[in-house]
Design a binder for this molecule. Structure first.
Ligand SMILES: C[S@@+](CC[C@H](N)C(=O)[O-])C[C@H]1O[C@@H](n2cnc3c(N)ncnc32)[C@H](O)[C@@H]1O
Length: 256
């Protein structure tokens, strides 16, 4: 497959895997099994907003100060209306149409669907939601992004999707483009546990994974590593996963 950034990519997932992945998430929504969803703005987005945007949180975002956010695999996160209210531009991606509809209805968003681009958007395109498979999104048309907020996205996907996911993220900040790498800031939520006895999702991201997938193209800082309580929904799979389980937050910016 040709990369719009120029090179030739070896993508490690097949069409069948992509289809199965989307069916998996669609089924979870059908069964109303989306326990990762929270009805509030994510605490770590609030906590690190000024680090991510390089603006003071209370500062209103106008004109030249406006920042462009990328929210991959957005579900119906409350973070979207929150970022919009602050004046940021948001580009989000979600494959399941019914979830996008819920996001729209629950937040009284007035969006129109542009079938040609597969994009839901508001009047002035402050919000655009690409409704489709992330890996088919022509991301260069919407980037480069100043800020990326990945909550439960990288960890939602099968291990085999990781090279493709990283390729998308790199393209979203201008890697491989004529203009070169944009001055991005990227906050990633991940979880880590013993992979040998829990298949996920959420899928494990350990220090070696961070190094392998992000270390070559970004400066990496681990902001937090928190032990997750035993009854937390993300531990649930045939009962509750009982061994050590940590939620982590990583911060990436262009390599010096
Ligand atoms: C664990 S949920 C996280 C949702 C959201 N980030 C949040 O924090 O609430 C993962 C989401 O990714 C979506 N998804 C999974 N694979 C996708 C793909 N290849 N393209 C677009 N969306 C995808 C699912 O439908 C689901 O809404």
């Amino acid at each position: 497959m040709a990369n719009q950034g120029g090179g030739i990519l070896t993508l490690s997932m097949s069409d069948t895997q992509s289809k199965e992945n989307l069916e998996y998430w669609e089924n979870r929504y059908k069964k109303r099994n989306f326990e990762w969803h929270i009805e509030e703005v994510h605490p770590q987005l609030l906590k690190y907003l000024s680090k991510l945007t390089q603006l003071e949180t209370e500062e209103t975002v106008e004109g030249s100060k406006a920042k462009k956010f990328f929210v991959p695999l957005c579900g119906k996160t409350k973070d979207i209306p929150f970022l919009l209210k602050l004046g940021f531009e948001v580009f989000a991606v979600e494959a399941i149409d019914s979830v996008v509809q819920e996001l729209i209805n629950e937040n009284n968003l007035e969006l129109t669907f542009d079938e040609k681009r597969s994009i839901y958007h508001d009047k002035d395109e402050q919000l655009k939601i690409y409704c489709g498979d992330l890996f088919k999104c022509p991301i260069e048309e919407y980037g480069p992004f100043d800020c990326i907020w990945d909550r439960a996205s990288f960890i939602a996907l099968d291990y085999s999707f990781r090279p493709s996911y990283i390729d998308m993220m790199k393209r979203s900040v201008g890697y491989g483009s004529e203009n070169g790498v944009h001055n991005f800031r990227y906050l990633l939520q991940s979880v880590t546990y013993d992979k040998s006895n829990f298949a996920g999702p959420p899928r494990c991201v350990d220090a070696a994974d961070i190094k392998e997938f992000f270390g070559l193209w970004a400066d990496v800082t681990v902001l937090e590593s928190n032990w997750v309580s035993l009854d937390h929904p993300c531990r649930r799979v045939n009962g509750y996963y009982e061994d050590d389980f940590f939620e982590e937050f990583h911060f990436f910016q262009p390599k010096n």
